[in-house]
Design a protein around this ligand. Structure first.
Ligand SMILES: NC(=O)c1ccc[n+]([C@@H]2O[C@H](COP(=O)([O-])OP(=O)(O)OC[C@H]3O[C@@H](n4cnc5c(N)ncnc54)[C@H](OP(=O)(O)O)[C@@H]3O)[C@@H](O)[C@H]2O)c1
Length: 213
């Protein structure tokens, strides 16, 4: 499948590389097409490099792995090519302006997932994977046991497409929380995630949601 990956950081590199290894036709986007990380991605993996707009035009499916406070601007670069496309949003609305731990720039009655869906109603936004570190996103088997990833979104078919992609990464426990407003809960979980990072001394952990028999 043709997939546009927005973001050249740890998340974009991990997701982009994994998708290329699974046989997808991937274009990674950055603000500038000559960004050394996007050029490096293409050289290393055989994927393609472009701007955010190029990557959105290229993809039948779009993945947002940009910094939370830049995500709307990044997606805006290709909004004319978003019509009807599933957009998997991995970004977190982290605000480091007061240091660590970060606060959330949007929370409680709103979320970044909802903001992106509101700004781009022509896209079918699915919030997912933002509750784990990049290495676990693409290789959940690094952690033993049936640990959980979540999906939130308004469009059932788009969530189905996202869940198929998650299964191809190895995810088995996927909870569909409901519409895009449910991203509030998973984005706010990230406040606990950063504290678990401190307590455990590693980013490679996840939670499992277990029901009584
Ligand atoms: N790191 C993780 O393991 C992890 C885990 C879960 C969720 N997340 C979330 O995933 C996202 C990506 O994280 P990351 O650590 O890979 O990288 P990051 O450093 O948070 O983001 C890098 C990307 O954001 C773009 N960007 C930065 N400022 C921008 C602006 N003002 N306008 C438009 N684009 C801008 C950069 O564009 P250029 O390429 O042009 O520089 C780059 O592609 C974040 O929202 C993060 O909270 C990260």
């Amino acid at each position: 499948m043709k997939i546009g990956v927005l973001g050249t950081g740890v998340v974009g590199q991990a997701i982009g590389g994994k998708l290329v290894s699974l046989g997808h036709d991937v274009m990674m986007g950055a603000r500038a097409a000559d960004n050394e990380k996007v050029v490096g991605f293409a050289q290393r993996t055989g994927g393609k490099a472009g701007t955010f707009g190029d990557a959105i035009r290229h993809g039948e499916l779009i993945i947002n792995g940009t910094r939370g406070d830049g995500s709307v601007a990044a997606i805006r670069q290709g909004e004319q090519w978003l019509e009807g496309k599933t957009l998997i949003d991995i970004s977190n609305p982290l605000d480091f302006s007061r240091g660590f731990p970060p606060s959330l720039s949007v929370s409680n009655t709103d979320s970044l997932g909802e903001t992106i869906q509101r700004e781009f109603p022509q896209a079918r936004v699915v919030k997912s994977l933002h509750t784990v570190t990049a290495a676990i996103m693409i290789d959940p088997a690094k952690i033993a046991g049936n640990h959980t990833v979540f999906v939130s979104g308004n469009d059932a078919a788009a969530k189905g497409q996202a869940m198929d992609l998650l299964r191809s990464f190895g995810w088995q426990s996927i909870i569909d929380l409901g519409d895009i407003t449910t991203a509030r809960g998973t984005e706010q979980y990230v406040a606990l995630w950063v504290r678990l990072l401190g307590a455990l001394g590693t980013a490679e952990f996840n939670i499992a949601v277990l029901k009584a028999q």
